[in-house]
Design a protein around this ligand. Structure first.
Ligand SMILES: *Cc1c(COP(=O)(O)O)cnc(C)c1O
Length: 495
């Protein structure tokens, strides 16, 4: 039988704190037993008076002012902003994984340990390493772990080595990590090929050389050709070789750092293995080592005994723990799923398309007016490439920053700007494999258009962006204060 509701029905939001004094509803004397009296609010809260619908509209509009990988090409060199399959996100958000308490005893989370174990094995196959720790939460933390392993290794064998060699084409985190580990940085310049040469290495290697940290492909997007000779030479000197494998997207399935003679490597799961990233994580920067360095890894690592998986804590020279529990497990899970979805052949193909896309764009933009490739040679580029707008700036007054801001006006994302530091007016472009040829062509058109504008009407480029909700920000002020006051230009929905 249907029962009629009593009239009038009471509003469930009876307490309107913004309109009436709080004492009407709360016994202040009673409350002051728990909260100091001076902290208890007496007056009304000054909430903005907005309807729920206004709030929904506000946030929906804000969400549409953001540009992201899901909206279009995001060719941020060095950052590998590629598509993140929704399947991974779905699995990572199911309670089966998401809600596991990290203190659950080993025997109840055999499946989780299996994933960590298997993923370590996949990464070992892809990099040619023997053991992995999946704990580090980012590439930079992986580097720091690698550096600490080097340090402990030389302590253990009783050698005083306090120098690490880093080429000028390394990622900026390399010298920072080595310095944090207490090493002196010996910087070596790249040659006119954009590479490191054995003769330059010979100039700086000595009995204090702990090792070399190499980003490969380097930040110019060029594969280091002399790496085998360099590796042999350093090993003969008793030094270790560290491979910054954040750029694994360029070489997966084709070539392995382990085969090139490297002792330690880190990879960036959030870049190559499809975790949404940018804006601070979470990420994962697993570190792999050759057999002789296994005992230095952070603990615990996961190993298999019979058909059981177990946590191994007693590594003899371990540098300790670098992350609570097992690292960022949900990032590890996404990487595991991605590798299983792609298979090694799929990964290999992904790398080849990433390199193909990059070279396609490179060929089209390297000859634009005012643009020069860096280095200015015909070397094959890998998954990313660098151009310099030095000439364009001298001709027109338009800087790389102006240029990038104008690109945004056309509804696509700007490349990495002013990095690497050795390139004047640098733009670093990495399209990735998950961009269609149409999108690449559109991007190339935008770059050509902005070059034309720079020569015809430079003020247009210099005063950009004009189509975005936030104009230029005061970057110096922003980085000093960690907050900034952008000038907002609310224009409603754009896309
Ligand atoms: C991104 C990147 C890093 C740093 O990785 P984070 O996860 O951002 O700390 C290191 N080296 C290279 C080559 C990179 O591209």
């Amino acid at each position: 039988m249907f029962r009629q509701a009593k009239w009038p029905l009471k509003n469930v939001f009876e307490y309107r704190l913004d309109e009436e004094p709080i004492s009407k509803y709360i016994d202040i004397e009673e409350l002051s037993k728990y909260i100091p009296k001076r902290l208890i609010r007496r007056s009304k809260i000054n909430f903005p008076k907005l309807s729920e619908f206004d709030v929904v509209r506000h946030y929906t509009r804000l969400s549409q002012h953001n540009y992201g990988v899901d909206l279009g090409i995001y060719p941020l060199g060095s950052c590998t902003m590629k598509y993140n399959p929704r399947f991974n996100e779905h699995v990572a958000s199911t309670f089966t994984f998401k809600d596991i308490h990290p203190d659950t005893p080993e025997k109840y989370v055999q499946g989780v340990l299996e994933i960590i174990y298997e993923l370590s094995g996949f990464l070992a196959s892809l990099t040619g390493m023997d053991y992995f720790s999946l704990q580090p939460a980012a590439g930079a933390q992986g580097e720091f772990v690698g550096v600490l392993i080097m340090k402990k290794y030389f302590e253990m064998i009783g050698e005083e080595r306090d120098e690490i060699i880093i080429p000028d084409t390394a990622h900026g985190t390399n010298p920072a990590s080595a310095r944090m580990g207490g090493f002196k940085i010996i910087e070596v310049p790249s040659d006119n090929r954009g590479m490191l040469s054995l003769s330059m290495i010979k100039n700086v290697v000595g009995d204090r050389t702990a090792g070399l940290m190499l980003t490969n492909p380097n930040t110019l997007g060029i594969f280091e050709e002399d790496i085998l000779e360099i590796a042999d030479f350093l090993h003969e000197n008793g030094s270790l070789l560290y491979y910054d494998g954040a750029n694994l997207n360029a070489i997966m399935g084709w070539i392995k750092p382990g085969d090139m003679g490297f002792d330690i490597v880190h990879v960036n799961l959030h870049k190559t293995f499809s975790t949404p990233h940018g804006g601070g994580g979470p990420g994962a920067g697993p570190v792999g080592v050759k057999k002789h360095l296994r005992d230095f890894l952070p603990v615990p690592i996961v190993e298999k005994e019979g058909d059981r998986y177990k946590l191994v804590w007693d590594l003899r020279h371990t540098i300790g723990k670098v992350h609570s529990y097992f690292g960022n497990f949900l990032v590890l899970l996404r990487a595991y799923l991605y590798i299983r979805l792609m298979g090694f052949d799929g990964l290999k193909k992904a790398s080849s398309i990433a390199v193909l896309n990059s070279n396609y764009v490179f060929k089209k933009v390297r000859n634009l007016r005012g643009v020069s490739p860096y280095p200015d040679n015909d070397k094959f580029r890998m998954h990313e490439f660098v151009i310099s707008l030095d000439k364009l700036k001298r001709d027109t007054g338009v800087s790389a920053r102006d240029f990038s801001k104008r690109i945004i006006d056309y509804g696509v994302y700007a490349p990495t700007t002013y990095f690497p530091l050795i390139v004047p007016e640098a733009l670093m472009i990495e399209p990735t494999e998950t961009v269609s040829k149409d999108a690449l062509d559109t991007y190339i058109d935008v770059l050509s258009k902005v070059v034309e504008e720079a020569y015809d009407e430079p003020s247009k480029v210099i005063n950009s962006p004009v189509n975005t909700s936030v104009g230029r920000i005061d970057e110096a002020y922003g980085s000093r204060l960690k907050t900034f006051k952008p000038t907002f230009r609310w224009k409603g929905l754009r896309r």
